[in-house]
Design a protein around this ligand. Structure first.
Ligand code: PLP
Length: 396
């Protein structure tokens, strides 16, 4: 090979579309511009502050942490275990059938879940679309095939028939990936009755469930948001769960997540876990500690836990208030906003064209993904009237 020629074999990759949107928004001098792009929670004032409970726990770390020596591929086991009652309920290990490890964010957990599924012979993953774009990217990177089905019906409800068909048709070399709650990007979650049918389908078919729980507590409540996932886990012999604390503890850049395996017996659990450990060791050796340690400190201290729960309640209440106001507005132009009132979490999809997204940005300073996904938390009592008026004018 000629000297300096290897990198010429690479072709440029498209930059992350939302990062490009951040730059455009930053360069816009209009004072009343509205950022509905990036998927982080925002207060009524537009900030994404560090939780007070996290600040307090970080202070404890500063004062008391006596070493930063290595832990192991499983990270902070105290963190992993302290989360379990919140995710899985009172019987947090489901009779010793669940074990977990810390990961670099929910992304690391999804990556590990899919890599371990691939190692166990899964070649194809059924998933409702649209979905978090990184699901497809991770599958492609692992050389796994994506079998898409429509997640939502046009009326803003979840497409139960499509998910049941995917579960019932999946072979031994396939798995089904579901969002636990606060579906990204649609905000459309399965109802309790849907989850009961989904759980029964998994149980009857033997199809392997992979559940991505990135927004627990941002929808209807911590327990409520976990109920559907738990109904599946109690019905099946084995499953993977990818969990993120980056939204419900506001830890985004500290990369806090966990990966859990449910297995039918101890020996299978141990073997699966040893494989997860080996994959984690080869990928990142051990996860970053700081954010997970802060979560562990919070969850082991009743007062700090109370504070975290109150902060999470406040976030959820604010997003519900915005959703209620959107639903109350009824329509904006041809767009029916009423389904947004019963949907959950940070996101919703507006049925707007790419051209309308561009007009909203250029003429009204309203920034959203080209897909029409909006961040509900980017809306406030202050900017809602402007948003609805602009949408009415553009999407007519
Ligand atoms: C559905 C879904 N899963 C996983 C993640 C990953 O979250 P994290 O920032 O913890 O990697 C996200 C983040 O946006 C998400 O929307």
């Amino acid at each position: 090979m000629a000297l300096g020629m290897m990198l010429d074999r690479l072709s440029p990759q498209a930059p992350d579309a939302l990062l490009a949107l951040i730059r455009l928004h930053a360069a816009d001098a209009r004072e009343d511009k509205i950022d509905l792009g990036v998927g982080v929670y925002r207060t009524e004032e537009g900030g994404t502050p560090v939780f007070a409970a996290i600040k307090a726990a970080e202070q404890v770390l500063v004062d008391k942490q006596d070493s930063k020596s290595y832990l192991g591929p499983e990270g902070d086991v105290g963190f992993v275990n302290a989360l379990m009652p919140y995710i899985f309920g009172r019987d947090a290990t489901m009779g010793g059938r669940i074990t977990g490890m810390q990961t670099p964010g929910g992304t690391g957990a999804v990556r590990l879940a899919l890599a371990l599924a691939a190692k166990a012979g899964v070649r194809r993953v059924h998933m409702g679309v649209p979905s978090w774009p990184n699901h497809a990217q991770i599958l492609a990177d692992l050389g796994m095939e994506l079998a898409p089905f429509d997640h939502a019906n046009p009326d803003g409800t979840a497409n139960l028939d499509a998910v049941l068909a995917a579960i019932n048709s999946a072979s031994d070399a396939e798995a089904v990936l579901l969002h636990a709650c606060c579906h990204n990007p649609t905000g459309i979650d399965y109802t309790a009755d849907h989850w009961a049918q989904i759980a029964a389908a998994f149980a009857a078919s033997g199809t392997f469930p992979i559940i991505d729980a990135a927004y627990q507590g941002l929808g209807q409540g911590l327990e409520e948001d976990a109920a559907g996932m738990r109904s599946v886990l109690t019905a099946v012999p084995e499953a993977f769960i990818a969990y993120s604390c980056d939204k419900n503890f506001g830890q985004y850049r500290d990369r806090v997540g966990a990966f859990y395996v449910l297995a039918k017996e101890q020996s299978t659990l141990d073997t699966a876990f040893s494989n997860a450990n080996a994959l984690a060791r080869a990928a990142w050796s051990m996860p970053p500690d700081h954010g997970g340690a802060a979560v562990r400190i919070i969850l082991r201290d009743p007062d700090m836990t109370k504070q975290w729960l109150a902060e999470l309640d406040e976030m959820r209440a604010r997003m519900r208030k915005v959703r209620d106001a959107l639903a109350k507005a009824g329509t904006a132009g041809r767009i029916d906003l009423t389904p947004l009132g019963t949907q959950n979490g940070l996101f919703a999809m507006l049925p707007v064209t790419k051209e309308e997204v561009a007009t909203l940005r250029e003429e009204h300073g309203i920034y959203m993904a080209a897909s029409g996904r909006i961040n509900i938390a980017g809306l406030t009592t202050g900017n809602l009237p402007k948003f609805i008026a602009a949408l009415s004018a553009v999407a007519n």
